[in-house]
Design a protein around this ligand. Structure first.
Ligand SMILES: [Zn+2]
Length: 161
């Protein structure tokens, strides 16, 4: 019922912004949401409705709809793709890297902080590469030191926020 009602008015609540189709209805954390009633605790993400309209399928549990355009309010089907939580974190990590002017300028190892997304990405890399020299290889990839990679592996480093 909720979805059926939303379908009719869905595209009335969008506007073309550059190459994207942005949701003009309610947003939460800049992502479009559709609620069946005000203050609903379980809103449907606008992107999930766009996906359903196009494919007739519901996004599987545990999967996320990610934006190829990196624009959270966008509901353009062509800009959406299904990914896992890990892919979501890596996606954020990649985008974070691109936006950061300088990689890292730590004063010392002790002052080094990683974002949660980076720690996920590093842990993923550690899972995939357990051969000799992996710490050095991964450290190079993430612009850090093998000591820092080992600390993350051993759970001694925590996210900065
Ligand atoms: Zn878009």
């Amino acid at each position: 019922m909720i979805i059926t009602k939303s379908l009719e008015s869905f595209y009335e609540k969008t506007e073309i912004v550059e190459e994207c189709l942005e949701w003009t209805g309610t947003r939460r954390n800049n992502y479009g949401i559709v609620t069946s009633r005000p203050n609903s605790k379980s809103p449907i993400q606008a992107t999930h409705i766009a996906w359903f309209l196009q494919t007739g399928e519901v996004v599987p549990d545990g999967k996320f709809l990610l934006h190829s355009c990196d624009n959270p309010p966008c509901v353009l089907f062509d800009h959406l793709f299904v990914g896992t939580h890990e892919e979501n974190m890596l996606d954020m990590y990649d985008k974070g890297r691109r936006q950061r002017a300088k990689p890292y300028t730590p004063k010392s190892d002790a002052g080094w902080r990683f974002s949660l997304a980076e720690i996920y990405a590093i842990r993923e890399a550690l899972e995939k590469d357990k051969s000799w020299g992996c710490l050095t290889r991964i450290a190079r990839r993430f612009d850090t030191s093998p000591t820092q990679i080992a600390s993350i592996r051993d759970g001694k480093l925590h996210a900065s926020r």
